[in-house]
Ligand binder design. Structure first.
Ligand code: AMP
Length: 396
């Protein structure tokens, strides 16, 4: 793997693709800076070498060119605080200001470019746009794992303009190493915990994991598709009616492979999708008409926790319930505690990005698990066995 450890950046301008797509509140305060702190080791190494740093990122999904709401200027002062130094900002990612500010950059200095997605060429993977970006630096570094599954101009296409000067940053290297460790070097017992809203988003991963894991725990909204497929009455719970056969075939595959598949036996049910709803605990296969399952119940928590705590490798992707609402966070929190306990006992625990990372952060367990991925979709695709364009572009 060609990481930034292969070279000294002294006197060089490093053009780094980072993923600073952080959540901002209505006052433009960053509500979770994990993606920024995750890129600091790469930036610091290059600055300490005597190089200068030009950062490029996207923020949100602007549809119509420059939009104040999606400007990266909102994160400049926090980045400066994190780095303990001044950060220059160019109000465009290409064009005269970007070129002159990049040119003027001295060793040890940092420049942040404006949101790449203000140009539709970014997501289209436009070659001319990528070439313009490439002119700003001497070396290309990709440290944006969160967008590594996209073949965009700055994440993949640009690499061809640096045939001998393209490298993985430390975050990318760590993400790939940890994903590999779980996929191909798992110490047994290996338990995967799958949750979240839809089974359809995670079919390929579940299917692949059935060849690798000892235990597969399924919770969250997706569990009700399995419950209905097995003949249960799930009331108004989330369901994908076109995936009932698939659910049954996954249950059969688990049996054939000798995988211990654990589905919830009980749920916290509600008469409303709201934190003010009336709630009860009910068997998963017998949920009252008009009510919906929004979290796993106490019996499921006890069974799942025991399996998790006895594991030596854990992969967790997707919450056990609607953890964003206090009334339905119990299952996700209990499983997080079980993962933390297993980690204390020597297990390796990898938390998939997206909502699983948000849940672990909400309960303040980020430092008590082995690794929290910064990539939601990217991690899923990598684990499904797909080649990520951002990774391929550096390896080619
Ligand atoms: P995903 O992006 O597929 O990992 O799904 C995460 C989302 O699933 C979170 O926003 C949860 O609130 C939601 N979720 C988890 N359990 C349920 C459930 N039982 N019913 C509805 N939504 C759920």
């Amino acid at each position: 793997m060609k990481t930034i450890d292969s070279i000294s950046f002294a006197g060089k301008k490093a053009l780094i693709r980072v993923d600073f797509n952080v959540p901002l509140d209505s006052n433009f305060h960053i509500t979770d800076d994990n993606r920024m702190t995750a890129a600091l080791p790469t930036i610091t190494k290059i600055l300490n070498d005597g190089g200068s740093v030009i950062l490029m990122s996207h923020l949100g999904r602007p549809k119509d060119g420059p939009t104040d709401k999606y400007s990266l200027k909102h994160i400049v002062s926090h980045l400066a605080d994190l780095l303990g130094q001044k950060v220059e900002f160019a109000d465009d990612c290409i064009g005269a200001e970007a070129i002159s500010k990049a040119k003027a950059l001295l060793s040890g200095e940092v420049l942040l470019l404006e949101n790449l997605r203000f140009y539709k060429e970014e997501e289209k993977g436009d070659k001319d746009f990528a070439e313009k970006l490439s002119k700003l630096g001497d070396v290309y570094v990709n440290d944006a794992f969160g967008t590594a599954h996209r073949a965009h101009a700055s994440t993949a296409v640009i690499a061809q303009f640096f045939p001998k000067a393209k490298y993985f940053g430390y975050l990318m290297a760590a993400e790939l190493k940890n994903a590999e460790k779980v996929l191909n070097g798992a110490v047994k017992p290996f338990t995967a915990i799958m949750g979240g809203a839809k089974v359809s988003d995670k079919i390929e991963l579940i299917d692949r994991l059935l060849d690798k894991v000892d235990n597969l725990i399924i919770g969250g909204g997706m569990a009700y598709t399995f419950a209905k497929a097995q003949g249960g009455n799930i009331g108004k719970s989330l369901v994908e009616d076109d995936k009932l056969d698939l659910a049954l075939s996954l249950i059969q595959k688990a049996k054939d492979k000798g995988v211990n598949l654990l589905l919830p036996t009980d749920s916290v049910i509600a008469d409303n999708f709201s934190n003010d709803a009336n709630t009860e605990v009910a068997p998963n296969k017998n949920i009252k008409d008009g009510w919906m399952g929004l979290d796993i119940g106490p019996e499921s928590i006890a069974v799942f926790s025991k399996v998790v705590e006895a594991s030596k490798t854990i992969l967790w992707n997707g919450p056990m319930g609607v953890f964003e609402m206090e009334k339905f966070e119990g299952g996700t929190k209990a499983i997080a505690i079980a993962v933390v306990n297993a980690t204390k006992n020597g297990a390796f625990s990898l938390i998939g990005g997206g909502d699983s990372a948000a849940a672990v952060a909400k309960f303040n367990f980020t430092d008590d698990v082995s690794y929290v991925s910064t990539g939601g979709g990217a991690l899923l695709e990598y684990m499904e066995g797909k080649e990520l364009p951002g990774v391929k572009a550096i390896n080619d």
